[in-house]
Design a protein around this ligand. Structure first.
Ligand code: NAD
Length: 239
């Protein structure tokens, strides 16, 4: 589970723990104690790996540490992500590369490394966190949009190759969720209102809203689903 110390990732980690999974939380924060304690309180084992996943050179070692800690890997959730908000004309090269390194490159390589383990086992579930910007262009977030479109692409590419090997690769596209990632939007009265006006459910999403869908995609109930991007968006995409 990447980026599991706060935000949507923390909710997902707790949902998986409640459903019976031991969880390794990979995070840049040293403060994952909260989530680790809550996972343990649910009777599951929890491990933390502190790592900057935008550094491609360490990703194999991160996967090796996780497999060593837990003995095997049955589920990988690629959730860690950042966003940089500047207009296309001003989007700095560093912002572009930082976002692509974490939000797309780490998803590809961690999935590749986990997938190799899962193919050996003959089973596994990979769940990538996509976005509404997997479908739409967004405003002021071109790197993020490119990465999230790419997440859908590699989800389908991997699913096609691994479906026959017992490995499911799917994605969840959350709608507009109340986390640090969207704090700037919620602080802007006009953007906040225009976003809320478009959500049929009439509210921002919460981390708990992802728990059921993630557990479903991590379970045998979704064994015949491959390369699907599941919207959990309060109805945003219908408008
Ligand atoms: P968040 O900022 O609250 O959490 C991001 C997580 O990623 C944190 O746990 C952080 O430690 C981790 N992280 C950041 N940089 C990292 C790095 N270099 N290495 C390792 N971990 C790193 O954001 P969030 O809203 O919880 O976002 C989680 C995922 O959901 C992201 O992929 C985001 O794009 C996606 N998403 C969020 C929303 C939303 O509305 N909040 C909507 C759609 C998709």
């Amino acid at each position: 589970m990447t980026g599991g110390a706060r935000g949507l990732g923390a909710g997902i980690a707790l949902g998986l723990a409640e459903a019976g999974a031991d969880v390794t939380v990979v995070t840049t924060h040293s403060s994952s104690d909260d989530v680790v304690g809550q996972i343990q309180a649910r009777g599951r084992e929890a491990y933390t790996i502190t790592a900057d996943l935008s550094d491609e050179s360490i990703l194999q070692s991160v996967m090796d540490q996780a497999v060593q800690a837990m003995g095997r890997i049955d589920i990988l959730v690629n959730n860690a992500g950042i966003i940089r908000r500047t207009p296309v004309a001003d989007h700095a090269a560093s912002d572009w590369h930082d976002v692509l390194d974490l939000n797309l490159n780490s998803v590809f390589f961690l999935s590749q490394y986990a997938g190799r383990e899962m193919i050996k086992q003959g089973s596994g579930k990979i769940i990538n966190i996509a976005s509404m910007l997997t479908y739409q262009g967004g405003i002021n977030v071109p790197g993020y949009t490119a990465a999230k479109h790419g997440v859908a692409g590699i989800t389908k590419a991997m699913a096609n190759e691994w479906a026959s090997k017992g490995v499911n690769v799917n994605a969840i596209a959350p709608g507009y969720m109340a986390t640090d990632n969207t704090a700037a939007l919620r602080a802007d009265e006009d953007r906040n209102k225009s976003i809320l006006d478009r959500i049929p459910a009439g509210r921002w999403g919460r981390a708990e809203d992802l728990q059921g869908p993630v557990v479903f995609l991590a379970s045998n109930a979704s064994d015949y689903m491959h390369g699907h991007v599941l919207c959990v968006d309060g109805g945003w995409m219908n408008r």
